[in-house]
Structure formats: C-alpha cells, structure tokens
Design a protein around this ligand. Structure first.
Ligand SMILES: Nc1ncnc2c1ncn2[C@@H]1O[C@H](COP(=O)(O)OP(=O)(O)OP(=O)(O)O)[C@@H](O)[C@H]1O
Ligand SMILES: [Mg+2]
Length: 378
C-alpha cells in the first residue's frame, strides 16, 4: 500500500520553501539583493521610475536595474564622478535632488539626451554607503517636473540603508563561500600530498632498487630507467599543482587558515566550531596570519583539553587599528585565581603575538566559558 503521507501533494509547503529559498539566495548575491531593493522603491517612495548605479572602480558608476522604465536609455549608462546627479552624489556622499533634470543649473548635462528619451523630469539620488564606503547610488525620478517632498527623500534614504545592509550581507556570504572553497582546496592538496605524492615517491624508489639489482647491460635496464624518470616527472608536476592548490589568495588567507583549524577541531572532538568573519578584514603579512592562526590553534586545543564545551565560536573583526580573532567557548571557564595556572600554551601564544606587535587576552565570557582574544596591528 502506498504511503499516503509521501504521496499527498504539498503545494503550499513547496511554494513557501521555494519562496524562502529565493529570499536566501537574494541575500547571497549582491546584484540580486540590490535589484530587490530597487524593485520596491516606486511603491515605497512614490517616484515613477527607479534604478541604481553600482560602482565600477573608484571613479564611475554603471546604471542598471531600472524599474518602470519605458526605454533602455538609462540601463548601462556610465556616470563618471561629478557628472549629472549621481556623479555629484558620489562626490558629496549626501542626497541630492533636482526638480527639472534637464534644466537644473546645479548639475552637468552630460545625460540630457537619455533623460529626454526616457521622459524624465524631477530626479533624486541618494548614496548607498557602509562604513564610509560607497556601495552605490539609488535613484528615483518622476515624469513631471516638480520638487520632491521630505517624505520621498526620507523613504529613499531608508531604501538606501536597506540596500547597504543587503550588499554587505551578500559580500560577507561571498567571502565566506570563497574561504570555504580555498580551505577545501588546501585540504585536498594536503591529502594528495600524503597519498599520491607518497606513492609516487615509493614507486620511484622501488624502480631505483630494481635497477641497482640488475646485471650490467640487461635489456630491461633502459626501460626501467625510463619509468623512473617518468615517476620523477609526475612527482614534479604534482608538486606544482599542489602549490597552486595550497596557496590561497591574500584576502582570504586568514579565513582559510582559521577555518582549517575549526574543521580539524570539530573532526577531532565532535564539538561544533563556527567561524564568523564579522567585518571586512584587510590582507595581512604571512607572519601575522601565522601568529593569529597559531593562537587560534592553541586556544582550540585548550578548549579540547580543559573546557568541556558544547560549542566554540571563532570570530574575526577589525578593532583598534588592527585585526582581532576571538575564540569563545561555552565550557566550564577558567579555574579560580588571577592567572590561569598550567603550561606553556597561553604564554607562548602571547609571545608569538608580541613578536608581530600584537597581544593576547584571556577572560571569562557571558556564557561562563573562556574567551581568548588575539589582536595584531595592521
Ligand atoms: N578554554 C578553556 N577552558 C577552561 N580552562 C582553560 C581554557 N583555556 C585555558 N584554560 C586554563 O588555563 C590554563 C593555562 O592554559 P595553557 O594553555 O597555558 O596551559 P595548558 O593547556 O595547561 O598546557 P600546555 O598548553 O602547555 O599544553 C590551563 O591549564 C587551564 O586550567
Ligand atoms: Mg594549552
């Protein structure tokens, strides 16, 4: 008999799932996230047409994602800094509007032709900014020539804040995915090194031993020497590929190293270890990355040995002119006393960080467990 629970159609659940999934996907893709925000601008602000300018390098915007446009005149327009309305907003980093775009004397008129083709009258633009970084310019325009009220400007600014939040979430998600990919590549490289690399070495060594045992002038000798040469060449080719697989780009190198330690810790202990990159982190010199990664490894080892924790969170963020990695567990906490007793781990961690100008701090966190903070200057 068929299982009715399995065969019963569930259109609503499926629909909700697809909807939810597409919303999550929108969060992961910066361009889709922007589009979602622009789509809502006419309803939220009352403007007739909306679009967004996304930065293309430092000094220009590319316009796109038009909503309610009649022509393709605006899509793909390149706006250099200072030109038109959006170019002014790029410079000033503050909202600006004109009641008659084509006749305003406060902006340049490089794009009058496009405004005329599209039939645009009044225009307003606000910057999409996160921590001083320009992520785009959000535009609204009316077919009529008339001033904008405070409400339109406020609503557009709200939409711009949401666009900034969406863009940052998408950026973080992309960064996390990139870290995951490079960490996996690194893991594969190590695995290949240990398996295929070791096998090629023993094949070469085996052939060398055989050749040594053959009587001089043996017919098989030349053939075996050729095989040995091929094994050497294969090992060299493997080494080149492993180097490429193993070295992550500078901007994700710290994340990759930390994720590797989290994964190894989780595999060893079964305790969940999560890596959270809280803010954008600048590329760091290899010695600094090593000091932070070594500190994280020791802190995780301490969690394994002393904490009896259920989970650990490793977070990375910029702080006081540097980068901070915090390893926080929810375990039993430090033993009583001013200084944690014990071995060399924490002291060595502090020394290594000091050598690159940084420092370590250990304390109790709000879960009652231990937080280790490793900080390095940038
Ligand atoms: N996550 C933690 N939870 C509970 N206690 C901790 C934690 N981390 C450190 N401690 C306490 O701090 C002490 C000092 O840690 P430290 O790493 O310096 O030495 P150790 O781990 O005992 O020895 P070693 O690192 O030299 O092998 C530990 O012995 C332990 O009592
Ligand atoms: Mg230790």
């Amino acid at each position: 008999m068929p299982d009715s629970r399995r065969t019963r159609p569930m259109p609503n659940a499926l629909f909700e799932l697809t909807e939810g999934y597409s919303q999550v996907l929108a969060l992961l893709d910066q361009s889709v996230a922007m589009r979602r925000v622009v789509d809502e601008v006419p309803d939220l602000t009352g403007v007739d047409v909306a679009w967004v300018g996304e930065p293309d390098g430092e000094d220009r915007l590319v316009l796109g994602h038009t909503v309610n446009a009649r022509t393709p005149a605006v899509d793909g327009l390149v706006v250099p800094t200072g030109c038109g309305l959006g170019g002014q907003v790029m410079l000033r980093r503050s909202p600006l509007w004109v009641s008659d775009y084509r006749r305003s004397d406060t902006i340049t008129h490089h794009f009058n032709a496009q405004a005329e083709i599209e039939g645009l009258g009044a225009m307003i633009a606000v910057p999409v900014v996160h921590e001083g970084r320009l992520l785009g310019v959000l535009y609204g325009s009316n077919r009529e020539t008339s001033p904008f009220g405070d409400r339109t400007a406020e609503s557009l600014q709200k939409a711009a804040s949401r666009a900034a939040a969406a863009a940052v979430v998408a950026e973080r998600a992309r960064h996390a995915a990139e870290i995951a990919v490079h960490e996996e590549r690194r893991r594969l490289a190590l695995e290949l090194h240990d398996t295929v690399g070791a096998m090629l070495f023993s094949i070469g060594a085996g052939i060398r031993t055989l050749t040594g045992e053959l009587p001089a002038g043996d017919a098989v000798y030349a053939r075996l020497t050729e095989l040995e040469e091929q094994a050497v060449q294969a090992a060299a080719a493997l080494r080149v590929s492993l180097h490429a697989l193993h070295a992550p780009p500078e901007e994700v190198a710290l994340g990759v190293a930390l994720r590797g330690h989290c994964r190894a810790f989780q595999e060893r202990t079964g305790v969940i270890a999560r890596l959270i990159i809280v803010t954008e982190v600048p590329g760091l010199p290899p010695a600094t990355i090593k000091a932070l990664a070594d500190a994280t490894r020791e802190a995780l080892l301490n969690v394994e040995k002393h904490a009896r924790a259920r989970s650990v969170v490793v977070s990375v963020f910029t702080h006081s002119g540097g980068v901070c990695v915090t390893i926080a567990d929810d375990g039993v906490g430090l033993p009583p006393g001013d200084r944690p007793p014990g071995g060399l781990g924490l002291a060595t961690m502090a020394e290594r960080l000091e050598r690159v100008g940084g420092e370590a701090q250990v304390g109790r966190n709000e879960d009652g467990g231990v937080s280790v903070q490793a900080w390095v200057p940038t």
